[in-house]
Design a protein around this ligand. Structure first.
Ligand code: FES
Length: 109
């Protein structure tokens, strides 16, 4: 694989039930990661796009959280239904923002 031009980070962090802080795993983080992987493959983008599952991306109350680099774009409450739009707009569109999913300017958690 050549060096990726775009990296999609998907939070799959899980916390024990006794922790009060929310996390992305029970909101479908792993399923979202798999959907990004599948759709990147289906669209023939694997040579340039890397999809990575991560730990906490520090916006836990807005999960499931996705970040797209090198554009430094952060998305909130991303669902399976949003994957194709993010790929089309931000990845193929080279950094255009999906406004309805854009992370507000909130403190890091
Ligand atoms: S657990 Fe996903 S952003 Fe913190």
């Amino acid at each position: 694989m050549a060096a990726p031009q775009v990296q999609i980070l998907v939070c799959v962090n899980d916390r024990p039930p006794e922790k009060k802080k929310p996390c992305c795993a029970p909101r479908g983080g792993l399923e979202l990661y798999r959907q990004f992987k599948d759709r990147v493959r289906d669209r023939g983008l694997r040579d340039t796009v890397m999809v990575t599952r991560t730990g906490c991306l520090k916006h836990c109350s807005r999960g499931t959280v996705v970040a797209v680099w090198p554009y430094n774009l952060w998305y909130r409450k991303v669902t399976l239904d949003d994957v194709d739009e993010i790929l089309e707009t931000t990845v193929i569109g080279e950094g255009q923002v999906v406004e309805r999913l854009a992370m507000p300017d909130i403190p890091w958690e």
